[in-house]
Design a protein around this ligand. Structure first.
Ligand SMILES: Nc1ncnc2c1ncn2[C@@H]1O[C@H](COP(=O)(O)OP(=O)(O)OP(=O)(O)O)[C@@H](O)[C@H]1O
Ligand SMILES: [Mg+2]
Length: 452
């Protein structure tokens, strides 16, 4: 049974925690200050620590820092009073795994503790998996031969079994939808609903009713009551795509649902309870949104329980041949054509491309090639790659850089584009870029284009 240490100076509270968690079957040890807690931690093997933040002597935050220095892998849950959410956020930054706001119900604390212990198991198993990676993960519909994608699938498998919130990250077209569905399908909730909601597609003023539903008469036009996505996803999974685009007022409401698993319909008085696993996705750097203040930190930490980052296609090019075959099978079936092969030259062309639009772009490229090919084999001529990057930036005057790109990546793209326009002639490409041939060579070597 897991060993839990409780640090709480208030005697009644300490006793309550000791008894209730003991009843849950945990082995509980309690201390009344952080100094003794630290000593105990350094002596005993612990699975989890629950600590108050406001303590006499060394405070909870200092304890957290010391404890993390000693052994960063043991999850620490902090308890803090309402109205001091900033301290909770600070604790999360210092490495706390989660927090509960006082006064909390034992049910809430239990939920947080069992989730953390679950996740601890997942992390540990994943660590050894990463080393061994003996088992090959296979999912229908997902091509994942590369080590990077195998790691993603290993994580999917581990996390599917839990109820933890998952935050999927990755550029556009890397397969976030696909992975979200895989998590659902491999969970105990597979027979329940999978409900998707795309934050970008919903106008701000409809957001709340979309998520939480409304009662008849809640606003003009609400002629009948309607359940929201959370209700529809009960006993299943809710996939919140583009979470970074959720408007600020809704972020607060989401936080509450994540914390308490309950909400009211718009215009309703009845509090509804749901059993939903949340999977969120973003193709933006949410951390940047945190710094700009457009995304709430407390919500971020609630969502980021298990982050799964899906790599861009250019980082797992080994998967391209399998992906091409996968799509060939699909499109020939759909088009009633007999294209089953691709010439080595055409495949090389695909292998050499940098795929700014990731797997989706590859999929579209293969589809076009199947449609264009006059015989059962795909040749170089059947493949048309987007002239790419310069077109994309022009499409969005408001954005300086194409979405999800750093200045450095953009520069790399321009260099590649120049080389393409110059048909591979480096002197010509260098002239287009105002660089010497040597300077271009240097840059090309940096981005991994071989010198010939
Ligand atoms: N590893 C893979 N194996 C097979 N198909 C894949 C893989 N990754 C992505 N795809 C396919 O590529 C297409 C794009 O994937 P998906 O829609 O999941 O990307 P996304 O990350 O959600 O993109 P966006 O950010 O634009 O929403 C889909 O048709 C998906 O089935
Ligand atoms: Mg998507």
């Amino acid at each position: 049974m897991p060993n839990i240490l409780i640090i709480e100076d208030e005697p009644k509270m300490r006793r309550l925690l000791e008894i209730s968690l003991g009843e849950d079957g945990y082995t509980v040890h309690t201390v009344q200050d952080a100094e003794s807690g630290l000593k105990y931690f350094q002596r005993e093997a612990l699975d989890l620590i629950v600590t108050d933040l406001k303590l006499p002597g060394m405070n909870g935050l200092e304890f957290l820092q010391e404890a993390k220095r000693w052994n960063a892998s043991v999850p620490i849950v902090v308890m803090t009073a309402y109205g001091t959410v900033e301290t909770a956020v600070e604790a999360m930054k210092a490495g706390a795994s989660d927090y509960v706001l006082k006064p909390f119900s034992m049910a809430e604390l239990r939920l947080v503790i069992s989730k953390e212990l679950d996740m601890q198991r997942v992390r540990e198993e994943n660590r050894s998996l990463k080393e061994a990676l003996g088992k090959r993960y296979q999912y229908q519909n997902i091509v994942a031969r590369s080590v990077k994608m195998q790691e993603v699938l290993a994580l999917v498998e581990r996390v599917a079994a839990t109820n933890s919130t998952v935050l999927l990250g990755g550029e556009s077209g890397v397969g976030k939808d696909l992975i979200a569905r895989a998590i659902h399908q491999n969970s105990r909730r597979a027979s329940g609903p999978f409900i998707k909601i795309n934050s970008t597609a919903i106008p701000d003023n409809l957001f709340e009713s979309e998520l939480f539903g409304y009662e008849k008469g809640a606003f003009t036009g609400a002629n009948a009551s309607k359940p929201g996505k959370f209700e529809l996803a009960d006993k299943g999974s809710l996939f919140l795509d583009e979470i970074g685009d959720v408007p600020a007022p809704i972020q607060v409401k989401l936080l509450r649902v994540l914390q308490e698993r309950e909400f009211e319909r718009l215009g309703g008085t009845k509090t509804l309870k749901v059993d939903v696993r949340l999977i969120a996705a973003t193709n933006k750097d949410l951390r940047a949104a945190l710094e700009q203040g457009t995304f709430r930190e407390d919500l971020y930490y609630r969502l980021n329980v298990v982050p799964i980052d899906i790599p861009p296609l250019r980082e797992h090019k080994e998967d391209i041949p399998d992906l091409v075959n996968h799509f060939l099978v699909r499109f020939t079936r759909e088009n009633g054509k007999q294209v089953q092969e691709i010439t080595p030259e055409a495949l090389k062309l695909l292998m050499d491309y940098h795929w700014p639009g990731n797997v989706r772009q590859l999929e579209n490229t293969v589809e076009r090639a199947v449609a264009l090919s006059a015989d059962p084999v795909i040749h170089v001529e059947d493949i048309s790659l987007d002239s790419g990057v310069l077109g994309r930036a022009a499409g969005s005057p408001a954005a300086l850089l194409p979405e999800g790109m750093t200045l450095e990546q953009w520069e790399d793209e321009i260099i590649r584009e120049a080389l393409r326009r110059a048909n591979g002639n480096k002197s010509q490409a260098a002239r287009m870029l105002g660089l010497s041939r040597n300077a271009l060579r240097y840059r090309l070597s940096k981005i991994g284009v071989p010198d010939d």
